[in-house]
Ligand binder design. Structure first.
Ligand SMILES: Cc1ncc(COP(=O)(O)O)c(C=O)c1O
Length: 448
């Protein structure tokens, strides 16, 4: 057999799988969550009939002949080859996630899993900072992003590489975004809802502003998950997730993903890269950076995603009940939850946060509240909690509380926390699947 024959044969096999995936994409969200790309043929032909995606822990794949080996390593024939580049278990997860983020649209989507959420954000952002296009470069981001993202932008990009970071302090102000985005902007970045401030931004409007300058919009949708919001359908070019959070609500994996749609907007990348940005990141920069996810973590994430829709529904309803309780508590100064009418972006949240395949508003599992009596009082409340764990974590099936100023957002400094509106008496609470009556009783005791 010639090399061409080998490539043609691999293409036929790949084509069969792609057709199965195309059919699965037309199913409802929950069906995709259960099955994804792991079809009956995949099970029978490639996995001894195993009904659940096996954890393929082998580092590499053997090749029957040198032609296939050569074709695979030239990326001419799809293969798993070596787990830093591609792995079957990770592959099943990537296709599943690309289906979920593109759900309900005709968009062609691809995904690239990474070793953590931060690795996904770095892998999504870095290609746009290339020096191949000379001249100044800036990035425009809302100021209320996750603390790790803030550090990445200010320390790694601004301080170490001289990239100007333009913070948008009021994401509701279209004029502020418009003023800051210009022809030297490499990408625009937002997080919706944000952690821990629970601030949203109008994805559609900001995407239009970015595209008008030939710039892509990257959206961190970790808190919403595709069960509640899918930014690609609203104009975002790339979506990033910390899969470590509610997509792996069991708390048994650290991983991340970036998902892109076909032909993203960019004034620095070539047409080939723009066509399949996530696929390119996977095969080239991520291969070289080595920030791959382990197949074990990927399988744990797959297990949680199977019930993502019902989990996000339950957690959102629980959180709503807790938010309403806290809002009426005399020791609470303020509650930030987009499901509450008092939230300044309640109307925006109603537009963007809906339970997939039902249309009903669901606002997620993250809230924060300010305790009367300042930082010392917030510490007391945290220390009095019993079954609600105190940890720098969120998106669990268990409720978790933390004070951001002494934990997740400690390194940002006073000034940056002020811009991001994170006061010392703020407690971030991520509500789990416990009974909401028990949760309210626990919080009432701690506050009392
Ligand atoms: C919104 C958001 N994005 C990204 C990250 C980073 O994710 P990871 O911890 O998986 O690197 C986090 C972590 O808390 C987060 O909350």
């Amino acid at each position: 057999m010639t090399l061409e024959d080998v490539v043609a044969r691999a293409k036929v096999k790949q084509g069969i799988w792609e057709e199965e995936i195309r059919l699965m994409r037309a199913k409802k969200f929950s069906t995709i969550c259960v099955h994804g790309a792991y079809t009956k043929r995949e099970a029978l032909d490639n996995n001894h009939g195993a009904i659940i995606e096996p954890v393929c822990s082998a580092t590499s794949q053997a090749f029957g002949d040198s032609d296939l080996l050569e074709a695979a390593l030239a990326y001419k024939a799809s293969a798993w080859a070596y787990s830093r580049i591609a792995n079957p278990t990770v592959g099943y997860l990537e296709i599943m996630l690309s289906m979920l983020e593109g759900y309900g649209t005709n968009l062609k989507t691809t995904a690239c899993c990474t070793s953590s959420g931060m690795a996904a954000i770095k892998a999504a952002a870095e290609p746009f900072l290339t020096d191949e296009k000379p001249g100044k470069k800036n990035i425009v981001s809302m100021a209320q992003v996750y603390g790790g993202t803030f550090q990445l932008f200010t320390e790694r990009f601004a301080r170490e590489r001289g990239v100007e970071v333009r913070w948008v302090e009021n994401p509701d102000d279209e004029g502020e975004w418009a003023k800051k985005i210009d022809s030297d902007t490499r990408f625009v970045y937002g997080e919706s809802p944000s952690n821990p401030g629970i601030v949203l931004f109008d994805i559609e409007k900001v995407a239009k502003l970015a595209h008008a300058k030939g710039v892509p919009l990257i959206t961190d949708s970790t808190i919403a998950t595709p069960a509640l919001c899918r930014p690609l359908e609203h104009g975002s070019d790339i979506v990033v997730h910390s899969l470590t959070k509610s997509m792996t609500w069991s708390g048994r994996a650290v991983d991340g993903v970036l998902i892109s749609k076909e032909n993203i907007t960019s004034n620095v990348l070539n047409a080939d890269i723009k066509r399949d940005f996530a696929g390119w990141v996977k095969l080239w920069p991520l291969r070289d950076a080595g920030a791959c996810v382990s197949p074990d973590s990927a399988s744990r994430t797959l297990d949680c995603i199977r019930v993502l829709r019902s989990t996000m529904d339950l957690l959102s309803q629980n959180t709503m009940a807790v938010a309403e309780y806290l809002e009426n508590h005399p020791r609470v100064e303020k509650v930030n939850y987009p499901g509450l009418k008092s939230h300044p972006q309640h109307e925006l949240a109603k537009r963007y946060m809906r339970l997939v395949d039902s249309g009903e508003n669901r606002f997620g599992h993250l809230l924060s509240f300010e305790v009367k009596g300042g930082h010392a009082a917030a510490r007391k409340v945290l220390d009095r909690l019993n079954f609600v764990f105190s940890a720098t974590d969120l998106g669990r099936i268990k409720s978790i509380a933390v004070i951001p100023t002494i934990s997740t957002h400690q390194q940002q400094g006073e000034e940056a926390r002020k811009i991001a509106k994170i006061p010392g008496n703020l407690i971030r609470l991520c509500v789990g699947a416990e009974d909401s009556g028990d949760l309210n009783a626990e919080l009432g005791k701690a506050l009392g």
